[in-house]
Write a new protein. Structure first.
Length: 141
């Protein structure tokens, strides 16, 4: 197990859009793609999320989703190795029960891929902030 504390990031709001524009209709899809990308960059310990990052915009124009961000410090806990689905489920439930109801967290499980390409399968669950019973699930195969 590895624990990284004090990871400085530009934090998006993480709240999904509530006013869906009927003429456009893709607001939630945009939110889901951009938020999953941001969470994936957190998993990779990307320096592009650091508020002090001064990368040349010619090399990277990445910006977190949304129009405004706050500077936050995150904690990332990682396990690596063989895990059963029951173990992953039990750990998710332990995290869920241990976290305050208004807090947010993301739980990601990545498995081995099929075939020669090595594309992995992953599942990410985001417990939304200030919403004790709302979650977003990404199941990427």
């Amino acid at each position: 197990m590895q624990v990284l504390e004090g990871i400085k990031v530009n934090m998006p709001s993480l709240k999904p859009p509530t006013d869906i524009d009927a003429s456009y209709g893709d607001d939630f899809e945009d939110y889901a793609v951009e938020t999953h990308e941001w969470l994936s960059m957190v998993l990779l310990n990307s320096r592009r999320l650091n508020p002090d990052d001064k990368i040349d915009p010619f090399l990277s124009r990445y910006a977190p989703p949304g129009d405004s961000w706050t500077k936050q410090k995150l904690v990332k806990i990682s396990w690596q190795g063989f895990m059963s689905p029951a173990w992953a489920h039990r750990n998710f439930m332990n995290v869920l029960l241990a976290m305050p109801r208004e807090a947010w967290f993301a739980y990601c499980v990545v498995g081995f891929g099929d075939g020669w390409s090595g594309d992995g399968k992953n599942c990410t669950i985001l417990k939304l902030p200030d919403a004790s019973t709302e979650y977003v699930l990404w199941d990427v195969a």
